[in-house]
Design a protein around this ligand. Sequence first.
Ligand SMILES: NC(=O)c1ccc[n+]([C@@H]2O[C@H](COP(=O)([O-])OP(=O)(O)OC[C@H]3O[C@@H](n4cnc5c(N)ncnc54)[C@H](OP(=O)(O)O)[C@@H]3O)[C@@H](O)[C@H]2O)c1
Length: 265
Amino acid sequence: MENKVQWAVVTGASSGIGYCYAQALAKRGINVFVTARRKDRLDQLKEHLQSKYGVEIEVFVCDLLEENAPQKIFDAASAGGRSIDILINNAGLGHFGNFLENKYDDHRVAMSINMERLSSLIWLFAKSMLNSKNSCYIQNIASISSFISTPKLAVYAATKAYVHSLSRALATEWRDTNIKISCLCPGLTTTEFMERADWKLGSLAAKGAMSSECVVEMGCQALFSGKMVKITGFTNWMYVLLSRFVPYKIVIALFQRMLGTKASV
Ligand SMILES: NC(=O)c1ccc[n+]([C@@H]2O[C@H](COP(=O)([O-])OP(=O)(O)OC[C@H]3O[C@@H](n4cnc5c(N)ncnc54)[C@H](OP(=O)(O)O)[C@@H]3O)[C@@H](O)[C@H]2O)c1
């Protein structure tokens, strides 16, 4: 099934998990349409992947907060009748700190990118995928925080719970179609996320963070096998399991102790 795929779209491909997704897909011989705001990063990625894997990489610079950004991405990705068989809905962000301590505008941006823009991209690409004769794949990047309300990441965790819930429901709605949709739930992963989130990880948490490469390999396996929800790594899986059976107050107390502090204080 994998070798029928021609083109994938990866949002947030300029760093971290998205960057690794573009690499992992190119390595599998898939052409990739990469999008984010930082053109220099995307151009470097393009040069690297084209020369290393001989695939086509197309760069599209776009701020997801711009009006009609999902439609612009869809139109550019589908230009010339190109059909997109894979969508990796990866762009996302959060802000560490108490709800009232952070600016409301930061909450608005996280809600907009993590939920509204993500949903809009799913809607646009899935409508077109349904008309394709190929098997098509969508993966939404959520987080293990989608399983548990997380103080100091309250809005972020709530947006990821939305992503998780939406992905499960759509996987069921589309069970008998050519679209497989999955939800990847990474735990702490070493990327630029923490810096953007103004978040200084506790030392134990920093030691346990996974690499983006490792997360993405698990993500790719889930993507092509049609696994509905994939939690990355044994420790993260244990944490989610614990949250089901141990009272919330205890789980969150353990988790909060590990998480760390705001970087700017
Ligand atoms: N790192 C973790 O511990 C972790 C854990 C669980 C889940 N996740 C999720 O994994 C996904 C990827 O995050 P990451 O860890 O790889 O962080 P990252 O390195 O900060 O990457 C975030 C990506 O999103 C893009 N982005 C941010 N704002 C954007 C905007 N307004 N318009 C377009 N693109 C935008 C960034 O590109 P530009 O700045 O160039 O636009 C960047 O490519 C996110 O959904 C995150 O919630 C991360």
